[in-house]
Design a protein around this ligand. Sequence first.
Ligand SMILES: *Cc1c(COP(=O)(O)O)cnc(C)c1O
Length: 389
Amino acid sequence: MSSIAKNYKRRNISFTKGKGSFLYTHSGTKYLDFVQGIAVNSLGHTNPALVNAINKQSKKLWHVSNSFKIPEGEELARKLTSKTFASAVIFQNSGAEATEAAIKVARRYFYSIGQSKKNRILCIKNSFHGRTIAAINASGSKKMTEGFGPKVAGFDHFEFGNHVELKKKITNQTAAIMIEPIMGEGGIKVIPTWCLKEIRKICDNKKILLILDEVQCGIGRSGKFFSYEYANIKPDIVPIAKGIGGGFPIGAVLMTKKVSKAMVPGTHGSTFGGNPLAMSVGNAVMDEIFKKGFLSKVKSNSRYFISELNIIKNKFPKIIKEIRGVGLLLGIQLHHDQTKFIENLLKNKLLTIRAGENVIRILPPLNVNKKEIDMALKIIKNVCKSYNN
Ligand SMILES: *Cc1c(COP(=O)(O)O)cnc(C)c1O
């Protein structure tokens, strides 16, 4: 009997070892892991560069309070800002903390310029921004908020893709629009680049902030460091987490200089956020992702993977409805519930994970190789074949 509460429906399988794209059970059974902790192990399991970084730092210094300077964090913040729109960073420990911090930054910005009435956040209905009380209310999904008491005020919602409704929902109290450029949990729903461009324009016209939640789709997952880069726009605030720690818990909120001015001493904090151990791992992840050719490899592997998945889709149109995604944030949408299909993939030693709209999420490590992609394709095809019989 497990003493862990049942808030997860766990599969009856556990692992004792991981290496690159693979996981191993106690008895040595090998699985191709295309979940990677849900886009967390961006460089695969026990990546030597990360093992080295954590080993080295663990012998020097683990944790000091944020009331002292932390050079490892200064370095990671410098890396994050030099590669992106941002000029300031606040470190956290998780995605939900990062999205909450993003909301706080947006509100505090308007407060600091004497417009404290502007404090409402406009989000896509049934999006995903984490599991804290505020974040579930931002997500606006009944499944997540039900039974958790009074609604947290200050959130409005619009339906995915409905720009008319989006414009209508903006009032003189709206501080920011917060969206995932690629909705991960929701079913790998990609917001088209023209749409992101339009939303940026709307924000400019209405003088509100644009928060892009890159917790799942960021850190190279899309083939660019941030997925919004495909739209050639600049956000005001970006929460990140998952991939930046490569398996070590790190969250952060990135912001422009303009809004960062509002975050004066005492406005926000985190005991663990940005500690030397976490930061040294984050620095190693950044160095790997920005190595020459790394992101172009993600893109070429993605092109190959998507085109091969579409070939399978065309062979089995009664099973697969659509192939979705960008980079290595991919989804196979089925016509019917995906539970059984995911189980069959697992039986064939391929690990995947569900998302909304009958989607099977495929999240290989960013440094996956073609041979491993071929292994996955073969398993997916075989499972499709077994359905046709
Ligand atoms: C996973 C996720 C979060 C929450 O991250 P946690 O680390 O689980 O708190 C927030 N936003 C998006 C888009 C996510 O995918």
